[in-house]
Design a protein around this ligand. Structure first.
Ligand SMILES: [Zn+2]
Length: 221
């Protein structure tokens, strides 16, 4: 009742088409959700840069999907957490199907971290909300603050090319031990060059026998 009253004064808008949402809708209207869901979803078992990963699961094709690009912009830069969560649920259904068909499971879901400075500026980490959406579907817990990202390192302007690369690789680190964790699902919003995932995997590779899978709302494959 109160929610409906508030929505009459301040209606929520779809992060895709900007139209007012129905009371039954959350963050994304049903027609925008149908449209992004109709875009291709992929699942592969492949090498990720230098590292082998168990599975890569992408929910949508990003680069030709203007609607999805708009939604991702809203979640990244306009603080729209609900969009991250709602699209995370869609990704969760895809992950669930892949798990079933490949007889795969995970102990934990780990969101790609942002630095504390960025998290404070933005108010939240969108990958955490995507991970929460996946968790809602596959019923596996989200582990935060194990894999962390350093606050920005000193200016890279004067560094050689080699040092810049090694700088990137050292951005992520393990803040706590991973004892008893064998299979993780690493979650990012969008995978483009793969540099971020590569750096995360580099930090995670120090753990013995850890099986890493990747899930993202969109990728360029
Ligand atoms: Zn819409």
């Amino acid at each position: 009742m109160l929610k409906e009253f508030i929505q009459l004064i301040y209606p929520d808008f779809c992060s895709g088409c900007n139209q007012p949402l129905l009371f039954s809708e959350r963050a994304v209207c049903s027609s925008c959700l149908m449209e992004v869901k109709s875009s291709f979803a992929s699942d592969s078992n492949t090498f990720f840069g230098r590292y082998s990963v168990n599975r890569e699961i992408y929910a949508f094709k990003f680069f030709k999907n203007k609607l999805l690009q708009k939604m991702i912009y809203e979640m990244k830069y306009n603080g729209n957490k609900d969009t991250a969560f709602v699209l995370g649920i869609e990704l969760g259904f895809l992950v669930q199907n892949v798990c079933k068909s490949k007889n795969q499971d995970f102990d934990f879901i780990i969101p790609v971290p942002v630095s504390e400075i960025k998290k404070q500026a933005r108010g939240y980490n969108q990958s955490e909300y995507i991970a929460n959406g996946i968790s809602q579907v596959i019923k596996r817990p989200v582990l935060k603050n194990r894999l962390k990202r350093r606050n920005n390192l000193r200016s890279q302007v004067n560094k050689s090319r080699y040092n810049r690369w090694s700088n990137v690789d050292e951005q992520y680190y393990l803040a706590r031990n991973f004892n008893g964790i064998n299979k993780i699902l690493l979650v990012d919003d969008v995978v483009t060059t793969g540099a971020t995932i590569n750096s995360c995997i580099r930090a995670l590779q120090t753990i013995n026998n850890l099986e890493i899978s990747i899930a993202a709302l969109a990728g360029n494959k």
